[in-house]
Design a protein around this ligand. Structure first.
Ligand code: SOE
Length: 389
């Protein structure tokens, strides 16, 4: 089988995981990395054992050996680079959120549709075997009709006011910070697992740390920045905590809390679905367990075991029970689905069911936008603009 060539633009925190996931596939050649300068690209290429470094994304796109572009740049660069890659006829795997605004996301969705290539947005939590199990259970009616869909995505890496990230700058991160960065994951996951669409939201956003002492040098997510000597004062306008009420198109109600300044919560993403017959709950920090709740019989805890999973979820589990699989494995599953789609030509009809596309990224940005509008209107219900291809 002919090897596909991949190139990556944006050598930050997540780049290593894209490269690692692609390496685990075995049949993809890593051609090179582009950064904002040749130096930064060279440094990252050396660290990750990648042969070539490019001074800019244009040079990488000009290489015909690159068939697939992974866009791992900060949000404000997503549109420009993904569009250029699509126009160059490349398949594109973009980090989430798809872009900085609804308009940009729409443009990208339309450009990808018109280009007829594979287009993927990394809502990677879909790649967990027990997430796929949960989705299969809801689809097969094991829970009865879902009535309450709720959860959280809580982190603490922005707790210290001496920590700063481009995600907090609306010009670089987009209008929303915590909601766009991690609330977006939860909304995608809730809709993916339940098959229900969020139709209306009521949101209350807040900036708990309104002034930060930012290190002069920019840093990667989760990096310890407290030791930096040179600092500048930055006023923060985007939210670091949010509470949202939700209504779904199947009549279900729900709620979501999101925050990135919450001591003790590292990457605490939880989703619970209560149906009329049974409930389920999944936590990304305990990804090998699925809680299944009953009213008139004992609750159960399903341990990830390929033999016990729905056939649709089995291919997302690789190790026997008792050998935990986690974040990197789920990320690899998403990338594996992406390349399976690419090998089939990237046409909509061959997209693997669990794989999030630019259409999902666009839809997700409509949901986050409704939350921002709800808050800006003083906390009133806002409809989510509904979009289907
Ligand atoms: C930082 O909040 C971050 O790396 C997000 O950007 C990722 O999407 C999330 O999965 C983990 O946390």
């Amino acid at each position: 089988m002919k090897k596909l060539g991949m190139g990556l633009v944006g050598p930050g925190f997540i780049a290593a995981h894209h490269i690692d996931a692609v390496r685990r596939l075995g049949d993809v050649e890593i051609i090179g990395i582009a950064g904002s300068s040749l130096d930064s690209a060279k440094k990252r290429a050396r660290e990750l054992g990648v042969a070539r470094a490019y001074a800019n994304y244009q040079e990488l796109l000009a290489n015909p050996a690159v068939h697939v572009v992974h866009n791992t740049t900060p949000n404000h660069l997503h549109k420009e680079i993904s569009l250029a890659a699509l126009r160059a006829g490349k398949h594109v795997i973009s980090d989430k959120p798809l872009a900085s605004s609804v308009q940009e996301s729409r443009e990208l969705f339309e450009a990808a549709r018109d280009a007829g290539v594979a287009n993927v947005v990394t809502f990677n939590y879909r790649g967990h075997a027990l997430v796929q199990q949960a989705r299969a259970m809801v689809a097969k009616g094991k829970l009865g009709a879902p009535v309450f869909i709720h959860g959280c995505y809580l982190q603490d890496w922005l707790t210290d006011e001496r920590t700063y990230t481009w995600r907090l700058d609306p010009k670089l991160g987009g209008a929303s910070s915590a909601l766009g960065d991690i609330g977006s994951h939860w909304c995608d996951l809730a809709e993916h697992v339940t098959g229900a669409r969020i139709t209306a939201v009521l949101a209350d956003l807040h900036t708990a740390v309104p002034v930060r002492q930012a290190p002069v040098a920019s840093a990667k997510a989760f990096a310890n920045q407290t030791k930096s000597a040179q600092r500048r004062k930055v006023t923060i306008t985007s939210e670091d905590i949010a509470s949202v009420l939700l209504r779904f198109d199947n009549g279900a109600r729900g709620s979501l809390i999101v925050g990135q300044v919450l001591p003790g919560h590292k990457n605490d993403l939880r989703l619970e679905v209560n149906g009329r017959v049974a409930s389920l709950a999944w936590q990304q920090e305990k990804p090998n367990e699925l809680w299944i709740g009953h009213h008139a019989q004992a609750n159960t805890l399903l341990t990830r075991d390929p033999a016990l999973l729905d056939t649709s979820a089995r291919s997302y589990a690789h190790l026997p029970a008792g050998h935990p699989e986690a974040w990197a494995d789920a990320f690899r599953n998403l990338i594996a689905d992406a390349y399976a789609w690419i090998r089939k030509g990237g046409k909509p009809e061959t997209k693997p069911d669990a794989l999030p596309s630019f259409a999902d990224g666009y839809r997700n940005s409509l949901v986050i936008d409704a939350m921002l509008r709800s808050h800006a209107a003083g906390g009133v219900w806002q409809d989510v603009e509904q979009h289907r291809e």
